[in-house]
Design a protein around this ligand. Sequence first.
Ligand code: ATP
Ligand code: MG
Length: 392
Amino acid sequence: MERIILIKYGELTTKKANRNLFISKIYEQMKELLNNYDVKITKNRVRMFIECHDKDLDEVVNIVKNIFGIHRIVIAYKVKTDIEEIEKNVLNIVKNTEFKTFKVETDRADKSFPIASMDFSKQIGALILKNIPNIKVDVHNPEYLLKIEIRKDYTYIYSKEIAGLGGYPVGIAGKGLLMLSGGIDSPVAGYMAMKRGIKLECIYFESPPHTSPAAKEKVKKLVSILSTYQASIKLHVINFTEIQEAIYKYMNHEYMITIMRRMMYRISEKVMHERNSLVLINGESVGQVASQTLTSMGVINSVTNVPVIRPVACLDKLEIIDIAKRIGTYETSILPYEDCCTIFLPKHPVINPKLDKAIAYEEIIDYETLIDHAVKNRETITIELNQKPFDL
Ligand code: ATP
Ligand code: MG
């Protein structure tokens, strides 16, 4: 018997054009993520099928589990749509399965099959009862639920369904630029944005020699973990040293972080436009630190008119940590490499900054030139799934 992976899409694909786009985005991700495997992927409007070597099956399922837009994943036996074939194979399957109560559910997707779904379930149920001793039918709470999905040429027989991640396929909403530090919050924010169908590019600000090469490797590693969910991700590395040193040298230290973050937003906006992204995404969380009071957020955000999404804004730190652990970024995020913000941390950052003051301080330097220079000289790295090694 041949095994096959059967994919059930999310249930939200109502409009026909949207549905096609939805499916093709899942298909695209799948092709890229399974690039290293010998697989055959076919799709129709309700299902996608992956055929692969038996030895690869578990690994392939594990990769597919991380594709957004998939509702359920099933490992099914594929047999010819033929009553005798189906019966023979069902018996083979149930003989190798331990259970006391069971139920058969048939879905006759091909109406040219001569027996109606309910009748066929009864027929197969009777066959199982006749061949396996000491078992009973339980239609309400069966220990073993056998599903038979009858399609035109082939029929799929399966039991266990694996939950997919849900959400929307990456890319369906367009592109977004994630401000990615080495911390816990921003990778989680990126994951949540991807789940809504946003295809990510990332931007990271470093300040060498104040920040080390290891800090950058850590960010690359985080991107590679996020590429479990999006096959290939671009990372823009901005050299922020000149700007940060100028802020440190010339500006009121209380406003250092406010102004630094205003510069980050300005740079991010420029990169976002250059890359045809539609939105900025970051890991700000209300009230976590001085720069994340609502007043601070307002003063910082006022440098731009582009939409900024903050997926973790209203989560507690513990909730963010839970997600970070689940998606696999936590262990990397807590590695102790310095961040460009922590190095230039003032003793008393202003908690309620004033916009006019921030503007007055900023104007001491010709930041437009510095910003253009930083954007122009950025390094862009493409990081692929499971890319290794990182120098940590
Ligand atoms: P994180 O855990 O993501 O580092 P945080 O709680 O440390 O966040 P901040 O340092 O105030 O908070 O940063 C808020 C957000 O600003 C980050 O989540 C990230 O999106 C962005 N950010 C901060 N530092 C950088 C950086 N060096 N490069 C890119 N983005 C940054
Ligand atoms: Mg941080």
